[in-house]
Design a protein around this ligand. Structure first.
Ligand code: EPU
Length: 347
């Protein structure tokens, strides 16, 4: 299996901060995975394309970067079944499906990252989440050194979350993701920005619209390093919404059922006066306040400092806690944002 020591991760994280890993492994077959050293009591991180990862410390832990490739398409009378290696590029998959006349993923066009990372945070945009079409995730479990298959229900998908971030965190590696797309396609144009087509648009038209919406709002990580939405949209109860609506009648909200509503973190950050805010080479993007950008810092810590400031300002103004969706990786492994504060103080 390919591996490397003292490996620079700067080109492998979309924030483009400096970080170095003592050892990185690139398993591309199950045999490679079996050969990995025993990591049960080691600190390590599984890296996809690095578009949702922040290396907080210069010294990163051991990295495993899966290199499983290949896309196979089969069909049943009603559906197309698409099996995709974890290291395939997400947007490439979306384009390939549309070209092949397999429809469903068009709303998820242009999301950066690898296919293997997509189920971990159940990627979503423009009214669609991966969980709608993902039927199976193939998973190499370290403890038994074998591939097991998790069906959609077993993945415990919810908003920006899955079992892979919870009980299965660091217990194994996603090798392949399986999708099923009904041949009877239905346009999903409920989201603002997609609802003004005069006729039912083709999947390609929806994809093109999603691409232009994303390009207008979201900075290209190759020209302005960022990790897309830095924070998750917070979920509050109806009582909290009522209080907020009293002071802010225009607050956008999205009912989630069970008396819960999702708020737009970008709106909260903008209303806190932080859109376009800039300090120490990092800042809040000018067109989409949910995105933190790196103008010219080389240190992940600067982005953490900015994120804390943004979180604090929003909490003070609205009494709503926004939490990062970006994953924070330190020398001592992945940390939640709360644990990261304790960790940073102890350094
Ligand atoms: N808004 C503002 N100011 C801002 C940003 C947004 O007022 O700076 C308002 C918008 O006007 C709108 C609401 O907030 O009323 C929601 O904004 P938008 O539709 O742009 O989406 P979002 O909630 O900010 C989410 C996803 C994005 C995804 C878009 C489109 C999360 C954390 N983010 O953003 O995902 O592209 O919806 O579906 O759920 C990502 O995860 O990296 C990502 C970009």
């Amino acid at each position: 299996m390919k591996s490397s020591h003292h490996f620079s991760l700067q080109d492998h994280n979309s924030f483009n901060v400096k970080a170095i890993s003592p050892t990185i492994y690139f398993p591309k077959t199950v045999a490679d995975l079996v050969q990995l050293p025993d990591l049960s009591d080691k600190i390590f991180y599984i890296l996809g394309d690095g578009s949702n990862t922040l290396f907080v410390d210069y010294h990163a832990p051991v990295i495993i970067k899966p290199d499983f490739r290949g896309i196979t398409i089969t069909e049943t009378p009603d559906s197309y079944i698409v099996c995709v290696g974890a290291a395939e590029n997400w947007h490439h998959l979306v384009c390939l499906c549309i070209e092949q006349g397999i429809y469903g993923l068009e709303n998820l066009a242009l999301i950066p990252g690898s296919v293997g990372a997509a189920p971990v945070q159940n990627i979503g945009a423009y009214g669609l989440e991966l969980s709608t079409f993902c039927t199976q995730v193939k998973w190499f479990e370290f403890s038994i050194k074998k591939i097991t298959v998790l069906n959609n229900k077993a993945c415990n998908f919810s908003y920006r979350d899955s079992i892979f971030k919870q009980t299965l965190h660091n217990k194994g590696i996603i090798t392949e993701v399986v999708f099923s797309f009904p041949k009877a396609w239905q346009a999903n144009v409920s989201y603002a920005g997609l609802s003004d087509f005069s006729d039912t648009p083709s999947p390609k038209k929806i994809m093109d619209r999603v691409i232009s919406l994303r390009e207008a709002k979201l900075p290209n990580p190759h020209t302005l390093p960022n990790a897309g939405s830095f924070f998750k949209n917070p979920i509050v109860n109806e009582q909290q919404l009522k209080v907020l609506k009293h002071s802010y009648p225009k607050i956008p909200f999205y009912p989630q059922g069970y008396g819960l509503v999702k708020l737009a973190a970008g709106w909260l950050i903008e209303q806190a006066g932080l859109k376009g805010y800039r300090d120490k080479g990092v800042g809040v993007h000018e067109n989409q306040a949910l995105v933190l950008v790196n103008y010219d810092s080389e240190q992940g810590e600067d982005i953490v400092t900015l994120a804390r400031y943004v979180q604090q300002q929003v909490l003070t103004k609205f009494d709503v806690l926004i939490s990062p969706e970006v994953r924070m990786i330190t020398t001592k492994g992945e940390k939640s944002f709360i644990d990261l504060a304790i960790y940073s103080e102890s350094k």
